[in-house]
Design a binder for this molecule. Structure first.
Ligand SMILES: C[S@@+](CC[C@H](N)C(=O)[O-])C[C@H]1O[C@@H](n2cnc3c(N)ncnc32)[C@H](O)[C@@H]1O
Length: 245
């Protein structure tokens, strides 16, 4: 079994648990307070009716938000279980089972492609970014969030009174394993900032904005340790890029 098949089977097996985790604030802090605010800022203001593809849409939560803002989203994910939940909860949105590197949509079908926390599952970003470029019309926008390159090589531990970090080698594209939920082991790949930027550049994109997630100060009292961790060491980052050629 290759890494993609491992991740596909894992997401398949944990689709419902993943969706339930995302439905409760306490188990959803990272998505709710780090990834989503960054994603919303990177997408920025949009025109009603914009055709948007949600790559690696999971159970459809971001697609729902896009639809509620007046956009026309479609979602793809390689987990049938995720797509079934997404379709059941959002009958007004089209969801399809597909790999993010090989969708069946025609060239230039979308003005916007979004992808929340999926790209770290891909070792070679080139073919996926090429597919995104194919799907976008000229001047189209690609917004994605990804594990922060520094977080991927840093071990952060709570020592009883604060967080301590140990950084490991940075310049490589190696696989790492991590646990999302008990028993839910996923395989991801480390990408440096330069590699991400060069991969975009080679597919005709220019980067308009880069963000690094932080926890809002309003969360300091309610989630003290989470706030401290997220404002001391990086966790996710996000890119907004425009297709120019
Ligand atoms: C962390 S979840 C994020 C879900 C969604 N983007 C969100 O933000 O709510 C990652 C999703 O990416 C999907 N995924 C990972 N690799 C993929 C691939 N190569 N092709 C299609 N889907 C993929 C998984 O099945 C999973 O649903």
């Amino acid at each position: 079994m290759n890494d993609q098949q491992h991740n596909q089977q894992t997401y398949e097996a944990f689709a419902l648990q993943y969706h339930q985790k995302r439905s409760h604030e306490e188990s959803n802090l990272w998505n709710l307070y780090l990834d989503r605010p960054m994603m919303e800022k990177l997408i920025g203001s949009t025109t009603s009716g914009t055709r948007v593809l949600d790559l690696g849409c999971g159970s459809g939560l971001l697609s729902r938000w896009l639809k509620d803002r007046g956009l026309e989203p479609r979602g793809v994910d390689f987990s049938q279980g995720m797509i079934s939940i997404a379709a059941e909860e959002n009958p007004d949105i089209e969801f399809t089972v597909a790999d993010i590197g090989a969708t069946s949509y025609a060239d230039a079908s979308f003005e916007l492609v979004v992808s929340g926390l999926v790209m770290h599952y891909v070792q070679d970003l080139g073919p996926v970014f090429a597919e995104v470029s194919r799907l976008l019309s000229t001047d189209g926008i690609f917004v994605f969030t990804i594990h922060h390159p520094v977080d991927e090589v840093t071990e952060v531990r709570w020592n009883g009174s604060g967080y301590q970090a140990e950084m490991k080698p940075y310049f490589h594209n190696r696989q790492y394993q991590w646990t999302m939920l008990k028993g839910m082991e996923l395989l991801s790949y480390h990408h440096t900032f330069e590699e991400i930027a060069e991969s975009l550049y080679r597919q005709g994109f220019v980067i308009e904005r880069i963000m690094e997630s932080r926890a809002d100060d309003a969360l300091r009292e309610r989630y003290e340790r989470f706030h401290a961790r997220m404002n001391s060491y990086p966790s996710f980052c996000g890119f907004r890029a425009r297709k120019v050629s």
